[in-house]
Design a protein around this ligand. Structure first.
Ligand code: DQA
Length: 148
């Protein structure tokens, strides 16, 4: 099956961006790890990062017709602001897991609300790089169960 990994604004800066909060792993390393995990189970990964809300929405809309079976998404700051990106995920109705490197609930109050969590199959937050690993593992289990 085709898995789509989406990363929102400023995540292109991972590695140098607030390393005390987000770690020193780069986005390229995260994408490579997730791709390896997904391919080991015979699935394919498409990875896309954008700082633009419009581009992320367009990519989600595209997922409706390109065979995407599952979405892994770290909406970054759009988590707390974007009704439009939320609506795109609701529109395509593809199961997704919301990912965060940090635990937003342990941070500023404006990070405590998410426009995605109530639609998400699950939320994985606070494990740094491992948030992506655990979320990918859960997605792979879901896809295996869906296949059986
Ligand atoms: C983040 C948490 C968000 O609050 C923040 O705006 C980000 C990254 C995370 O992965 O911890 O950009 O989504």
């Amino acid at each position: 099956a085709a898995v789509l990994l989406l990363n929102g604004p400023n995540l292109n800066l991972l590695g140098t961006r607030e390393p005390a909060v987000y770690g020193t792993t780069t986005l390229a390393q995260i994408e490579a790890e997730v791709e390896m995990q997904v391919r080991q189970r015979g699935h394919t990964l498409s990875a896309f990062q954008s700082n633009s809300e419009a581009e992320l929405i367009d990519r989600v809309q595209g997922a409706a017709s390109d065979g995407t079976a599952f979405v892994l998404i770290n909406p970054a700051a759009f988590t707390h602001t974007s009704v439009a990106l939320r609506d795109a995920l609701a529109a395509v109705a593809i199961p997704f897991i919301e990912i965060h490197l940090s635990n937003p609930h342990a941070r500023e109050p404006f990070r405590h609300t998410s426009y995605f969590s109530d639609l998400a199959m699950a939320v994985v937050a606070g494990f740094g790089l491992h948030s992506y690993r655990y979320a990918t593992d859960a997605a792979l289990r879901y896809l295996a169960d869906a296949d059986a």
